[in-house]
Design a protein around this ligand. Structure first.
Ligand SMILES: Nc1nc2c(ncn2[C@@H]2O[C@H](COP(=O)(O)OP(=O)(O)O)[C@@H](O)[C@H]2O)c(=O)[nH]1
Ligand SMILES: [Mg+2]
Length: 451
């Protein structure tokens, strides 16, 4: 964990040229550093225009300095921001100067880590900072902001409070074994646990939507050679990304790019046509296609609508693991003069008749992809979340459900108490109340520098 004594520094703005570039310094030496650099300690939260000077007194740049006095700062420590001209050389000269004056280079995410360690943010909020910066769509950014504002944390807190309340009753009852059953029945404990469980399920659903917005989905287009896979990729991306040719076996490398569908990041990969070939390059292409299938969230199997469809089942059986979300596209309907449509069988994957060439039916495919990905219109309720948080919420749900079953079925109040304790522990891991140091290190190391 961070040594709270030392002072850290970093360029907080993105690399490249810009009107303004910002250096951020946090720690106990901040005020000494700003005094040496500018000849003064500015009043807290006042923008002061001044010269930034090097060791010999020469002016490196002129700009604005801001001082956030602890504890009213992002990190909870004394923070200085130097707003200089946004050139890499100038910023590096200033950065070097702050280091000469006693700061050390901040690790990625170290400012946010300090904010977390100084209780300015909980872990959900700290992670939301990174997710807001990395968000790929407005929807994702708004959800990240809701998490950063503490909506997600508040919901976890509510559930934790309910759990504490229930645990007090259950553990109290365990202390008086003779009256245990009556006591628990009187206290309406089952009803309370069911309510708590429902709350976990609800927040889990919102968080799952948030994770979807956070990570996006991987779609892989597969099928026999020449059915129009590359044409479909190009149509979805609205660019001529992959080479389309009448010659079968044109695509060998996996070609991928991404689009946004309803705020959802969809990464689409086009692959080599699945067939037996003597050509080693094509064989490698097929091998890579198979690899992509394993990694995919959704498979789009393309077939030629003019040809008999029996082959579909064979391709799915041979190449697609059962249980993988799959859509079938019957392509080239323009050649048959058919209209685009969706057919949803009870057991078979949904099939969409479309034309990659004319674009007819592409919107049906996009809708089907959004549905299959599981994106719902939850409006303002989505909170951005990560797999770590979803897993913990899901385990929390399981613990509470197991405890409830054990109590209802066999009256095992000890098991109930144990499971409720585990559930509370899991929730504490989400907010960072009980989170192992190495996990914290890993979480923060994925941040960008200066954040
Ligand atoms: N008429 C028609 N031709 C198509 C359509 N999609 C692809 N093609 C043609 O089919 C051939 C193979 O297309 P391509 O996208 O390279 O197929 P891939 O081998 O599956 O990637 C090319 O000549 C395309 O122009 C379509 O919807 N309608
Ligand atoms: Mg191709």
């Amino acid at each position: 964990m961070a040594d709270k004594q030392d002072t850290i520094t970093a360029i907080a703005t993105a690399p490249g040229r810009g009107g303004i570039g910002i250096i951020r310094v946090s720690g106990s030496k901040s005020t000494d550093i700003v005094k040496c650099l500018t000849g003064q300690i500015p009043g807290a939260r006042k923008a002061v225009f001044c010269a930034f000077r090097d060791q010999g007194g020469a002016i490196i740049d002129r700009g604005i300095v801001l001082y956030f006095q602890r504890p009213a700062s992002f990190t909870g420590e004394d923070v200085i921001e130097l707003h200089a001209h946004g050139g890499q050389v100038v910023l590096n000269m200033l950065l070097k100067r702050t280091k000469e004056l006693g700061a050390r280079q901040a690790r990625p995410g170290e400012f946010t880590e300090r904010a977390f360690l100084n209780d300015k943010l909980d872990l959900i909020q700290a992670e939301a900072v990174a997710d807001l910066i990395d968000s790929v769509s407005e929807k994702a950014a708004r959800s990240a902001m809701r998490s950063l504002e503490g909506e997600f944390s508040l919901q976890i807190q509510h559930i934790t409070e309910q759990l504490i309340d229930i645990r007090a009753v259950v553990e109290g009852a365990l202390d008086f074994p003779e009256e245990e059953i009556d006591f628990l029945a009187d206290s309406d404990v089952i009803n309370k646990i069911e309510k708590c469980l429902a709350a976990v399920v609800e927040i889990l659903a919102r968080a799952q939507q948030g994770r979807l917005l956070n990570t996006g989905v991987r779609v892989v287009i597969i099928g026999r050679p020449n059915v129009g896979k590359s044409s479909l990729l190009n149509r979805l991306l609205q660019t001529e990304r992959a080479i389309v040719a009448a010659t079968p076996g044109t695509t060998r490398d996996v070609i991928e790019d991404s689009i946004l569908l309803d705020g959802l990041l969809v990464n689409i990969a086009d692959t080599a046509g699945l067939r037996c070939s003597d050509n080693p390059v094509e064989q490698e292409g097929v091998r890579r296609a198979q690899q992509e299938i394993q990694r995919a969230d959704i498979i789009v199997l393309v077939t030629d609508s003019g040809k008999a469809q029996q082959d579909e089942a064979a391709v799915l059986k041979q190449h697609v693991p059962s249980g993988k979300k799959t859509l079938i596209v019957h392509n080239k309907i323009d050649l048959q003069g058919k209209s685009p449509c969706v057919s949803a069988g009870d057991q078979d994957p949904p099939a969409i008749d479309l034309s990659a060439k004319t674009g007819a039916g592409i919107n049906l495919l996009k809708e089907a992809l959004i549905n299959l990905a599981g994106l719902e219109d939850m409006g303002e309720d989505v909170v951005l979340a990560r797999t770590r948080q979803i897993d913990a919420l899901d385990q929390t749900r399981l613990c509470i459900a197991n405890g409830l079953t054990a109590y209802v079925d066999i009256g095992a109040a000890e098991i109930l108490a144990e499971e409720l304790r585990n559930a509370q522990q899991l929730l504490g891991g989400i907010t960072g109340e009980f989170t192992a140091d190495d996990l914290l290190g890993e979480i923060f190391s994925r941040f960008c520098i200066g954040k």
